[in-house]
Design a protein around this ligand. Structure first.
Ligand SMILES: Nc1ncnc2c1ncn2[C@@H]1O[C@H](COP(=O)(O)OP(=O)(O)OP(=O)(O)O)[C@@H](O)[C@H]1O
Ligand code: SF4
Ligand SMILES: [Mg+2]
Length: 332
């Protein structure tokens, strides 16, 4: 059985001018010890999806569907059970989370806090666990006595990872954990997360807008567009032989891991991502799609089989193994 299973998950924000369908019917599964990368442009619904998993969304968000952790529906849990799950079973490292450290408390006290609050350790055990965690994330144990402002951005992000690991969760959700860091440090921190989860058999759901980074680190990839998964499958196949033209374009946009030039000047997609409140008819990608057919303006095709353990939401998917090379150039 999968450790995590999302079943037709939808999230709609209610705002003054109407409803924002930010996540629309996402179904995904993640096995124990597996790393799943979720990729998509800004606004495609990645963070909304991540927050929905642990019910961290604001009250004005309506969540539908099921989020099963080991078969237990997180969306239907009591608050007491949810609190226990958030600390002991699944933890999340947010976009820009390093700014969430409390400036007036020492690092060690902040890492130890969940262990003490949840009665998982006595003070001296917690101190030993903090030293162990700091060493796991590549920081010397004496750093426990430092304050956040005495650390670099990369070191602070390592502290956040230590906090996420503190209660030995089975699942870590990492939402763009390194966006604020420079490229070298980003690569180191991402690799650290990957190594730690592999070593401890933890499942990882890692979010980024950079497909090449996720392809390096993850076993499987899910590509999101306009709140939906439009392609999903083994990481190398999705990266090198994407079947959905949007996934193909993302793979072309960031061709080299950590290459600053490709990052600053990606061979970008034409057009803008759609406004979720005014989604195009038919396939939501059709106004930007270089291989759209006439029917794409009216036909909203769902995910369909596109190979072994692969799906893609495109009329061309499954017809041939990846788009042919002429098409690849068009899409890029
Ligand atoms: N609290 C909110 N209220 C209303 N709309 C929201 C709220 N949070 C997000 N949205 C909208 O939901 C959509 C998805 O946003 P989300 O933050 O999940 O995207 P994302 O893929 O994480 O983007 P990014 O890459 O920029 O982090 C966007 O259209 C966004 O404007
Ligand atoms: S269904 Fe049509 S518009 Fe959508 S991605 Fe495929 S070819 Fe392009
Ligand atoms: Mg986000």
């Amino acid at each position: 059985m999968s450790l995590l299973e999302l079943d037709n998950l939808s999230v709609t924000y209610r705002i003054a001018s109407g409803e924002v369908p930010a996540v629309r019917g996402v179904s995904l599964s993640l096995d124990a010890g597996e790393a799943l990368g979720v990729v998509g442009e800004s606004g495609s619904g990645k963070s909304t999806l991540a927050m929905a998993l642990l019910r961290l969304l604001p009250k004005d968000a309506r969540v539908e569907g099921r989020v099963l952790l080991d078969g237990e529906d997180i969306l239907a849990m009591s608050w007491g059970r949810l609190r226990a799950v958030r600390w002991a079973e699944a933890s999340i490292v947010f976009q820009g989370a390093q700014h969430g450290l409390n400036p007036v408390h020492r690092i060690g006290a902040q890492i130890a806090e969940p262990l003490l609050v949840h009665g998982l350790a006595k003070p001296d055990q917690a101190r030993r666990r903090v030293a162990e965690l700091l060493e796991q994330v590549g920081l010397p144990a004496w750093r426990a006595r430092s304050y956040p402002h005495e650390l670099s951005g990369g070191q602070r992000q390592r502290v956040m990872i230590a906090m996420a690991l503190a209660c030995s969760p089975r699942l870590i959700i990492a939402d763009e954990p390194t966006t604020a860091l420079d490229l070298m440090v980003q690569a180191q921190v991402l690799q650290l997360i990957r190594d730690l989860v592999a070593e401890h058999g933890i499942s990882l759901l890692m979010i980024s807008h950079d497909l090449s980074v996720l392809a390096e680190l993850c076993d499987r990839l899910a590509v999101m567009y306009a709140g939906r998964v439009v392609e999903e499958g083994p990481a190398a196949e999705v990266f090198h032989q994407a079947q959905h033209p949007y996934a193909r374009a993302l793979a072309g946009a960031f061709p080299t891991v950590g290459d600053p030039v490709s990052r600053l000047a990606p061979r970008g997609l034409g057009g803008d991502p759609p406004d979720p409140m005014q989604l195009p008819t038919g396939c939501p990608f059709h106004p930007r799609c270089p291989v759209a057919l006439d029917e794409c303006a009216t036909l909203d095709i769902g995910l369909r089989p596109a190979g072994e353990r692969r799906t893609a939401a495109c009329v061309h998917a499954g017809l041939h193994p990846g788009l042919d090379s002429g098409l690849k150039e068009d899409v890029r």
